[in-house]
Design a protein around this ligand. Structure first.
Ligand code: 13P
Length: 251
């Protein structure tokens, strides 16, 4: 039985003070939650403060990106050592906003995934198709390439640590959610691709989150699908009550 995982991707929102307030609000409700893995992913600048707020709780902290390199002359980048020093446990990699606005590609995303796993950080690898790709019936093709390239050379044993987030680009921040059936279909497809790559055991173990306008009103239906193991939440994660309601829908 896969444990559900609900992660809040705060994106480029929240100053340190605002992040502390939000984390405290979430902590009030979820500090002792053990049935679901709860992860908060604030911007880099608030990682330390949010880590301090949730230390000694069941809530984990994640970053929104990470360099594939260990250290050195990489202006503007943040490496695994810096994240681990702040008690970061997860790292979102290959989010569609990074693919679209910063031209991240599968090659570099794969290097980051491998580096994160090597350093005992849990990658949350994001994949998903655009509206044009869905309308052209290319969803499976696009997602399969992202999975095969993004997870190239990842050993079967690492799939218990790794999380995949299926985020249809057309559903992100638009208020349009994939229907539970649409999401389930792609999640099952992704699990099939993983099975083909590394075998049934790893495919059964890997957790696949849905992301894209998930909110309290639709969370329960999405999370009750057999291959949906959690959510990567954007907008609704910026409000403690909404985020806690989504976690409760996963119970
Ligand atoms: P929204 O929940 O705001 O649609 O964002 C989803 C997302 O991109 C999470 O990474």
């Amino acid at each position: 039985m896969r444990k559900k995982i609900i992660a809040g991707n705060w994106k480029m929102n929240k100053t340190i003070g605002e992040a502390v307030e939000l984390a405290n609000g979430i902590k009030l409700d979820l500090a002792a939650c053990t049935e679901v893995d709860v992860v908060l992913c604030p911007p880099f600048t608030a990682l330390k403060s949010v880590s301090d707020v949730v230390s000694e709780t069941q809530i984990a902290v994640g970053a929104q990106n990470m360099s594939s390199e260990d250290e050195g002359a990489y202006t503007g980048e943040i490496c695994h050592t810096m994240l681990k020093e702040l008690f970061v446990r997860y790292v979102i990699l290959g989010h569609s906003e990074r693919r679209e606005y910063y031209k991240e590609n599968d090659f570099w995303i794969n290097k980051k995934v491998l580096k994160a796993l090597e350093k005992n950080l849990r990658p949350i690898l994001c994949v998903g198709e655009t509206l044009a790709q869905r309308e052209a019936n290319e969803t499976e093709k696009v997602v399969e390439v992202q999975i095969r390239e993004g997870l190239k050379d990842v050993p079967a044993s690492a799939y218990t640590e790794l999380v995949i987030a299926y985020e249809p680009v057309w559903a992100i921040g638009t208020g349009k959610t994939a229907t539970a059936e649409q999401a389930q279909e792609v999640h099952a497809f992704i699990r099939g691709v993983v099975k083909d790559m590394v075998g049934a055991e790893a495919a059964n173990a890997v957790r696949i989150q849905y992301g894209g306008s998930m909110k309290p009103a639709n969370a329960e239906e999405l999370l009750s699908q057999p291959d949906i193991d959690g959510g990567l939440i954007g907008g609704a994660a910026l409000d403690a009550t909404s985020f806690a309601a989504i976690v409760k829908a996963a119970l």
